[in-house]
Design a protein around this ligand. Structure first.
Ligand SMILES: Cc1ncc(COP(=O)(O)O)c(C=O)c1O
Ligand SMILES: N[C@@H](CCOP(=O)(O)O)C(=O)O
Length: 462
C-alpha cells in the first residue's frame, strides 16, 4: 500500500514512512493511494469478535509489509490492554433508535486514546527496529495532547512537545498534560488559540532545516495512522446493530474533522453507513461551509466544549481532496487561498461533500440544555462535546435507520461545565483521583515560531 499527498507533489511513501513523517513535504496530508474494501461476508464475520481482532482485520490491508501479522497483532493487543472495559468501545441505547458509542474508556478518558495508544506502540516498534530517534510536536485543544503525552511518556527514542492554548483547556486536560514527570514530555502553554498552535506545528513541518535537524514527527490527525485507528469503532458498533445487513447512521462531534473522516473511510471500505452527520459547536465553520460552500475562518470563540474550538480544520483538506476527485493541484490552490482569508468550494465538490456529510451546529445554551435533558431522561451524564452530538442526532434522526452518536470524552474531563448544566459533578476515575495534588510542569511561550523552535532545539540538544 502506497500513500500520496493531498497536494499532489510530495514523494509517495509506505505506511511506516507516512506514519513517521506526519505532514507531507508539500504541506499536504497523506492518504492511501487506493481505499481497500471489505465484502459483506467479511464484515458480517466481525460479529462477536474481540475489538482487537476487528482492528487487525480492518487495518491490516493498510499497513502493507511494515509488520508481520504476528507483530501487528501484538502491537494492537498492547495498545488496548490498558482500557477500562473489555469491549473497548461499548454501545448503549439512549432512546429507541438512538445509540451512544462510548469512546472514553481509555487511559486519558477521550476517543483520542484509540489512535494514540496504537501509535505509541507502532512508533516504539518501528524506532527500536531502525535505531532512529524522533521529536514529536503536536497541537492540542486539550485531548490530543493528554493522549499523546500518556502514550509516549518515558519512551527512549522520543521527545514530545505539546502546544496548547493557554487558559483555553479544562483544568483536568491541563493537568493531564502538565503532571507526568517523565523528562521526555513537555507541555507548552501558547499565548493564542488552538488554530495558532496548529499553525505553528505546520510551520515547523514546513521549515525543512528545523524539521530534519530535530527529526520532526507528528501525532495530530495529520498523521494517517491516527485516522486509520479510528475507522475500527465504526465497524464494531455498526456490526453490533446488524450491519452489513442493516444500514446505520453516525453523528460525530467535530473539530479537526479526523473522527468523521474515519467514518467516511469506513463507508468507502464497504460499511453500509446511510448518513454521516457533522455536529459543531458555535465555532461552526464546517457546518457553514457544508451549507454554503464558503470556507472563511472568522476567529475562534471560546466555548464550554473547548476541544472543538477550531476554525481551521486540518482534515477537511482530506475531505476536499476526495470531493475534488483527488486533484492535488486544486487542493493546493484552495490552501493557498486560505492563507489570504478563505476559499469557495466549487459547485461539483460542494455536491460531493453534501453527498457524504450532513451537518448542524449547537449553541452554548442548547449544549447546556442537552446535558440536562440527557441526565434527566436517560440518566447519562454527557461531556459537552458528546451532548452536541446527541442534540444534533436527535434533530437529524430519521425513523428506520439507527443513529449512533459518538461520545468522545468522559464528563469528568469537563466537571465545571457538566455540573453547571446538570447539577451533578462527575468524579474522576480512581487512576486519576490524585490529579489535583500532582505537581505541574508547564512552559509558557509566545505565539512565535522562532522562540518555540529555539526552545525545542535547546531541550533536545539539536
Ligand atoms: C472531546 C472531543 N470531541 C470531539 C473532538 C473533535 O474531533 P475531530 O477533531 O476528530 O473532529 C475532539 C477533538 O478534536 C475532542 O477532543
Ligand atoms: N480536539 C483536538 C484538536 C487536535 O486534533 P487532532 O485530532 O488533529 O489531533 C484536541 O483535543 O487536541
Amino acid at each position: 500500500m502506497k500513500y500520496i499527498s493531498t497536494r499532489g507533489t510530495a514523494p509517495t511513501l509506505s505506511f511506516e514512512e507516512a506514519m513517521l513523517t506526519g505532514l507531507a513535504r508539500d504541506g499536504g496530508l497523506y492518504l492511501p493511494e487506493t481505499i481497500p474494501t471489505l465484502s459483506p461476508d467479511e464484515i458480517a464475520a466481525f460479529e462477536g469478535l474481540p475489538y482487537e481482532e476487528v482492528a487487525f482485520r480492518v487495518m491490516r490491508p493498510y499497513v502493507g509489509d511494515a509488520f508481520t501479522d504476528e507483530e501487528f497483532r501484538g502491537i494492537i493487543a498492547r495498545a488496548y490492554d490498558g482500557f477500562a472495559v473489555a469491549s473497548r468501545a461499548p454501545l448503549k441505547q439512549l432512546a429507541p433508535g438512538h445509540f451512544l458509542l462510548e469512546l472514553f474508556h481509555g487511559p486519558t478518558l477521550a476517543f483520542k486514546d484509540f489512535a494514540m495508544q496504537l501509535i505509541g506502540q507502532l512508533f516504539e516498534f518501528s524506532l527500536k527496529r531502525s535505531g532512529k530517534r524522533v521529536c514529536i510536536v503536536g497541537a492540542t485543544s486539550g485531548d490530543t495532547g493528554s493522549a499523546a503525552i500518556e502514550a509516549f511518556r518515558g519512551l527512549e527514542a522520543v521527545d514530545v512537545f505539546i502546544l496548547y492554548p493557554h487558559g483555553r483547556v479544562s483544568e483536568v486536560q491541563r493537568r493531564q498534560m502538565s503532571t507526568p514527570s517523565e523528562d521526555n514530555v513537555h507541555a507548552l502553554a501558547v499565548d493564542g488559540h488552538f488554530d495558532d498552535c496548529q499553525a505553528r506545528v505546520k510551520d515547523m513541518f514546513n521549515d525543512f532545516e528545523f524539521r530534519d535537524a530535530v527529526g520532526l514527527a507528528g501525532v495530530n490527525s495529520i498523521n494517517w495512522a491516527r485516522v486509520l485507528a479510528q475507522v475500527v469503532y465504526y465497524f464494531t458498533s455498526a456490526v453490533s446493530l446488524g450491519a452489513p445487513h442493516r444500514k446505520v447512521s453516525f453523528t460525530v462531534p467535530t473539530g479537526n474533522f479526523g473522527d468523521i473522516f474515519a467514518g467516511y473511510i469506513a463507508k468507502r471500505m464497504g460499511l453500509p453507513i446511510e448518513r454521516l452527520v457533522v455536529a459543531t459547536n458555535q465555532n461552526d465553520i464546517l457546518h457553514r461551509c457544508l451549507e454554503s460552500g464558503e470556507y472563511k475562518p472568522d476567529g475562534v470563540i471560546p466555548s464550554i466544549s473547548p476541544s472543538m474550538d477550531i476554525q481551521v480544520s486540518s482534515n477537511f483538506e482530506r475531505a476536499l481532496f476526495e470531493a475534488y476527485g483527488r486533484d492535488g493541484a486544486a487542493v493546493a490552490q484552495l490552501m493557498e487561498e486560505l492563507k489570504s482569508g478563505g476559499f469557495s468550494v466549487s459547485q461539483g465538490a460542494r455536491e460531493a461533500l453534501r453527498e457524504s456529510y450532513d451537518s448542524d451546529r449547537v449553541s452554548e445554551d442548547e449544549t447546556r440544555a442537552e446535558i440536562a435533558r440527557q441526565q434527566a431522561e436517560s440518566a447519562e451524564l454527557l461531556c459537552p462535546h458528546s451532548a452536541i452530538g446527541t442534540a444534533v442526532a436527535d434533530r437529524q434522526r430519521q425513523t428506520g435507520t439507527p443513529m449512533i452518536t459518538l461520545a468522545t470524552a468522559h464528563p469528568a474531563k469537563f466537571p465545571d461545565a457538566v455540573e453547571a448544566a446538570s447539577g451533578v459533578r462527575p468524579p474522576l476515575p480512581p487512576h486519576m483521583s490524585d490529579l489535583y495534588e500532582r505537581p505541574e510542569r508547564i512552559t509558557r511561550v509566545g505565539n512565535d515560531l522562532g522562540a518555540i523552535e529555539a526552545l525545542i532545539r535547546e531541550r533536545t540538544g539539536n
